[in-house]
Design a binder for this molecule. Structure first.
Ligand SMILES: C[S@@+](CC[C@H](N)C(=O)[O-])C[C@H]1O[C@@H](n2cnc3c(N)ncnc32)[C@H](O)[C@@H]1O
Length: 276
């Protein structure tokens, strides 16, 4: 059975890194090998393959395996209301300002690289809280990710374990209002889910959407790309956004080093100031 790290030739490692990059845009190098090997090893055992040469050949002929590969090589860590200052900004500044300027319109929100959905449901809860005070406010959230496995979790809306406990501890009233208990955790109520659509999407491809987004959360995914990749992705995302719309990125990310049509507003928050 395949298991020996030492047996993997550097050219095979390179070929696997190239496959990661080809299918996701994620840039991996030698220092990521132990992690990648750890993630792929079990898959090779499941498939009863003799080694990575056979696996690379399979990747070349099987779309299904490419999907499994993407699920394995992506890092899907997330949580509800991750990075508190963002949610405070949305609640206190973005929602009121947008609502005042767009009376009667539906706010279009995109959670790009949404992982298992905690970000999308956090957005929905916050928008719903705003709607309680402003009944004419409406919103729609599109949540996308390249990994179908995480999107299945997101669409089910059932959470248990660390993330569920975290939300229960920090915002018990939200769990009470927007989820129903189930097993060791809880599931999003249909009324909340109704505002969310989940769809597979690779950020290196154009998003085919008729509407332009007012708010995009593109968080904790740019760090996996190199600068040309970041520039390409950010420009694609920008083209899906309305003029003067808002982009929010992750805590360890910045747009300072790339060319983009966004103007810095405050840490992690940018405005789409390019007109075309
Ligand atoms: C660390 S998670 C971030 C989740 C969430 N945005 C957050 O900040 O908590 C990164 C996500 O990016 C997704 N991803 C990686 N490459 C992608 C690509 N090329 N297109 C779309 N999603 C991608 C991964 O599948 C993963 O779920």
């Amino acid at each position: 059975m395949f298991d020996r790290e030492a047996a993997v030739d550097p050219s095979i490692r390179e070929a696997l890194f190239a496959q990661v990059r080809l299918h996701t845009g994620i840039v991996m190098a030698e220092r990521k090998w132990t992690m990648l090997h750890g993630r792929l090893r079990r898959r090779l055992q499941e498939l009863q393959l003799s080694g990575y040469e056979a696996y690379l050949a399979l990747l070349g002929r099987s779309k299904h395996e490419v999907g499994c590969f993407i699920d394995l090589v992506t890092t899907n860590e997330t949580s509800f209301f991750r990075t508190p200052r963002i949610w405070q900004y949305l609640e206190e500044h973005f929602f009121p300002r947008w609502h005042a300027a767009h009376s009667g319109a539906t706010m279009q929100i995109w959670s790009a690289a949404a992982s298992t959905g905690e970000e999308g449901y956090s957005l929905a809860m916050l928008a719903n809280e705003f709607r309680q005070k402003h009944p004419d406010f409406s919103y729609r959230i599109l949540a996308t990710d390249i990994s179908r496995a995480v999107l299945d979790v997101a669409a089910a809306g059932s959470y248990a374990g660390r993330n569920a406990k975290g939300l229960q501890a920090s915002r018990p009233e939200m769990v009470e209002r927007y989820f129903v208990p189930e097993g060791d955790g809880y599931t999003a109520r249909p009324a909340l889910k109704a505002h969310l659509t989940f769809r597979p999407h690779n950020l290196y491809q154009d998003l085919t959407e008729p509407t332009r987004f007012d708010l995009v959360l593109l968080r904790n995914v740019l760090i996996y790309f190199d600068e040309p990749g970041q520039e390409a992705v950010v420009e694609r995302v920008r083209r899906a956004m309305a003029p003067e719309s808002t982009l929010i990125i992750g805590e360890s990310e910045s747009l300072h080093r790339i060319r983009s049509g966004f103007t810095y507003e405050q840490p992690l928050i940018y405005r789409n100031t390019k007109t075309a």
